[in-house]
Design a protein around this ligand. Structure first.
Ligand code: MN
Ligand code: MN
Length: 460
């Protein structure tokens, strides 16, 4: 071995490392993930699909107050929007647990509470976008609608239009280039306004004389299909999301394009990893939470004490304090990072940026303007994770989100760190994150699954 080989650190492309059998397993894993991503278009659907998969693998609804034995598999749904799964370990809760925590909400366009209006004999839905979107990316793409409506009579129904073949879809219009001269002169972030993101939903006027005949015709269709009246929109959550399934990208099929990789690619990796975990030494916990894209607040976000209640219940059953459990636990905050994009080299510092196909991205710190808001994992914690990945032949890399002072971002990591749980960010690098069509590498998704599985099956 040369001095260079011995002393230099040289990250490698996963395809230089993986065996043929591993590549085959990686591509098979990607098929399962694409299916999940195509179905999990909203946080509620992501939870629903995860429960379906987990139940098929023997997970049972968690019963508060019940005592569980090593090997038991449970799940706890929080208001249909967040999910905690656990496989009970041989060691007591006081020894700490192994947690992977991802989020299942994604940037999108939500309907306002009074969305429906007519203008120029066209009917539209007013919207208020959710999370960090680049507005220009959301016009002239096919959209589907998913949501939940709490009706006047107290009943609650789910709505889904546009996902099934043959169903109509929706669109937000944009100017033709012929008339876009003035718009084109505006800065990109100002050329499209939030109030301008109105979804076209119909154009045939009702036969009944009077005002708003197209709106009336649309209301009649909705009433016939779902039994709803306009007032029901007030107590509804309806989300417009890109209307296409995930699919392979590239002639070599090495990449996956789809909506919502952030962060369902990590959510699925955790889920697949915990479903493949039998009789772990320490209790394995898989967290899928909501509201990360808007700051993690609220009952279904990571700031909610719902997670603590679940952990406290497991601890109480064996007479342990949840604080003792947390102090001995570790958490991989499973969220995506940016993949280096050679089309935009100016925003990244290449030496310290994650790259497609180089495996699970470990991020010591996030934040912006001098690591502000970051969890910033300790050297010791990085060391433990580094050893875990190396010992288990997981291809991994280390990165940070762009150049210093270029921007930045956050995850749920600090909220786990605040709970006295040693936490580090770990996840899949994404090209054009938050776009309606994000791109990830199959090798990175697969290595992320392998990394989480290694954690669940170790005492790191
Ligand atoms: Mn994320
Ligand atoms: Mn995000």
């Amino acid at each position: 071995m040369s001095a260079r080989d011995e002393l230099f650190f040289s990250p490698k492309n996963a395809y230089e490392i993986m065996s043929e059998a591993e590549v085959a397993e990686c591509f098979a894993y990607a098929e399962g993930y694409k299916k999940y991503l195509s179905a999990a278009k909203t946080e509620r659907l992501a939870v629903k699909e995860a429960v379906k998969l987990a139940e098929a693998r023997g997970f049972k609804p968690f019963e508060y107050g019940k005592t569980y034995a090593p090997g038991d598999k449970v799940y706890d749904v929080n208001r249909g929007k967040a999910l905690t799964l656990a496989v009970i370990g041989k060691q007591p809760m006081s020894a700490g647990v192994n947690i992977a925590g991802a989020h299942v909400d994604a940037p999108r366009v939500d309907l306002k509470q009074m969305p429906l209006y007519e203008d120029s004999q066209m009917a539209f839905f007013k919207t208020h976008y959710y999370g960090g979107i680049r507005k220009y990316q959301w016009v002239t793409i096919p959209l589907e609608l998913h949501g939940t409506v709490a009706k006047r009579d107290g009943s609650v129904i789910d709505i889904s239009i546009g996902a099934e073949p043959g169903e109509p879809q929706f669109i937000i219009s944009d100017l033709l280039p012929h008339l876009a001269g003035d718009q084109g002169k505006k800065p990109l972030n100002e050329a499209f306004s939030g109030e301008g993101l109105n979804i076209l939903i119909g154009s045939i006027p009702d036969k009944e004389e009077g005002a708003d005949r197209v709106k009336l015709a649309i209301m009649k269709i909705l009433n016939e299909k779902y039994g709803i009246i306009e007032e029901d929109f007030l107590s509804a959550e309806i989300e417009a999301v890109p209307a296409y399934p995930a699919r392979d990208i590239g002639l070599d099929r090495s990449l996956i394009g789809g909506y919502g990789h952030d962060d369902r690619v990590c959510a699925y990796a955790e889920l697949a990893a915990i479903m493949d975990t039998e009789n772990p030494e320490k209790t394995a916990v898989c967290l899928l939470v909501d509201k990360e894209e808007v700051g993690s607040q609220g009952v279904s976000g990571m700031m909610s004490t719902h997670f603590d209640r679940f952990m406290e219940a497991l601890c109480k059953a064996e007479g342990t304090s949840v604080y003792d459990c947390y102090a001995n636990s570790v958490c991989l905050s499973a969220d995506v990072c940016n993949a280096y994009d050679p089309n935009f080299p100016e925003v990244s510092e290449k030496r310290n940026n994650c790259q497609l196909n180089y495996g699970i991205g470990i991020i010591k710190f996030t934040g912006s303007r001098g690591k502000s808001g970051s969890n910033d994992a300790s050297a010791e914690m990085v060391g433990r994770v580094r050893k875990l990945m190396n010992d288990n032949n997981v291809v991994w890399q280390m990165g940070e989100l762009g150049k210093v002072d270029q921007g930045g971002g956050g995850t749920i990591a600090y909220l786990m760190g605040n709970r006295d749980i040693d936490t580090i960010d770990a996840g899949v690098p994404v090209l054009n994150m938050h776009a309606p069509m994000e791109v990830i590498s199959k090798a990175d998704a697969y290595m992320t699954y392998r990394g989480f599985k290694a954690m669940y099956n170790s005492c790191i």
